[in-house]
Design a protein around this ligand. Structure first.
Ligand SMILES: [Mg+2]
Length: 369
């Protein structure tokens, strides 16, 4: 079997609800659907996040398609590595993180293709499932502390154990949101994500104020570019910290573990550049540290693909990020991604085992123009 083509299609899926991060608000998932075609009719499917825009992702992947076409489907890491090296060879530009974002969808599509070609689920190719399920958190949103509390209450009623909310809306609003959500969820576990909102002094002050709401950790309180700032905050507070935007490569994980700058590492394929690198980065296990799946503006394709990888990672967290709740309509029709008590079971392939909803893909493609 040989790869005969690489098809890239920009898609836009609107959200039912805006979500707020420190730097922006998100109202849609914009992705590039990546399809790797073969001479035997099998197609591997993945997605890259369309940032800064879809054109850059499409052009970059198409420029590299000569490295993929004509190759057999099983050498996933070698093919993704070749594309990554071509992308970072641009002189005088810091392309490492961008290249990882671009190749993530190709890596996903190649794993899907390899699984389909072998007739097995991708988790079997990645070493096999070591968990019977993966647990996800309830991502609370709302335009006010009261709305967020109501949202959190719904998650608790659905049996969700871990509740997550983003801060970064202003100090007093952040405190009010944390207080409202804590009182709504009783003794359920609470996680707070500052998304780099604070400098060191503010982070220390805010985390000390937030401590009474018993967060199990605070995520990325300071700039992702400053490991020492993270370590400084960690030394000054009693609440555990998670590193998220700081982590893109296995080397980033090594640096944070060595410096004892984080208690949890948050990882996603769109940051690491696919599942080969993500699984290397999960070697934080050697430092006694869990990794937690990260979500971005993705569709159910990434949700399912992440789930396969997570099943194979011994030190995967028990409160991972899942983004389906925001999608106005998903572009896959199966498997069912409805959480049962916050969990999804093992999915059987072949490949990632999802069914693309071609009608929904057409609607999403029309929206991208
Ligand atoms: Mg985060």
């Amino acid at each position: 079997m040989k790869i005969t083509g690489l098809r890239t299609t920009p898609l836009v899926v609107p959200y039912t609800q805006t979500y707020h991060v420190t730097q922006a608000t998100r109202t849609e998932a914009a992705v590039v659907l990546v399809e790797v075609e073969t001479d035997e009719g099998l197609i591997g499917i993945g997605e890259s996040i369309a940032q800064p825009n879809a054109s850059l992702i499409v052009d970059s992947l198409q420029v590299c398609s000569d490295l993929i076409v004509g190759q057999p489907p099983f050498a996933v890491d070698a093919l993704v590595g070749a594309v990554y090296r071509k992308l970072i060879s641009i002189p005088a530009a810091e392309m490492d993180r961008m290249a990882r974002l671009i190749v993530a969808g190709l890596d996903m599509a190649l794993w899907d293709l390899a699984g389909k070609a072998a007739g097995v689920p991708v988790h079997a190719l990645l070493g096999g499932a070591v968990h019977s399920h993966i647990q996800y958190f309830g991502f609370v949103e709302g335009e006010s502390p009261e709305a967020m509390a109501e949202d959190a209450r719904r998650f608790v009623e659905q049996g969700i154990e871990v509740i997550y909310l983003k801060l970064g809306r202003g100090h007093e609003t952040d405190i009010a949101c944390a207080a409202a959500v804590r009182s709504a969820i009783g003794d359920k576990r609470l996680r707070l994500d500052a998304n780099e909102a604070w400098d060191v002094m503010t982070a220390i002050r805010m985390i000390k104020r937030l401590e009474k709401y018993d967060p199990e950790f605070i995520e990325q309180p300071v700039s992702s570019h400053n490991l020492d700032a993270m370590r400084q905050v960690k030394a000054a507070v009693d609440v555990p910290l998670a590193a998220d935007q700081a982590i893109h490569s296995p080397e980033d994980v090594f640096a944070y573990c060595r410096a004892q700058a984080a208690d949890v590492i948050v990882l996603g394929p769109h940051e690491t550049g696919g599942y080969g690198q993500l699984r290397k980065a999960a070697a934080a296990e050697a430092a006694g540290i869990r990794v937690c799946l990260h979500g971005v503006t993705e569709t159910g394709i990434t949700t399912v693909a992440n789930h396969h990888a997570a099943l194979t990672i011994p030190n995967i967290d028990d409160g991972n990020q899942i983004m389906c709740r925001f999608l106005g309509e998903d572009i896959i029709s199966s498997p069912d991604l409805t959480l049962k008590d916050g969990k999804l079971p093992i999915f059987d392939g072949p490949g990632f085992g999802f069914t693309l909803d071609r009608a929904a893909v057409s609607r999403a493609a029309e929206r991208s123009f």
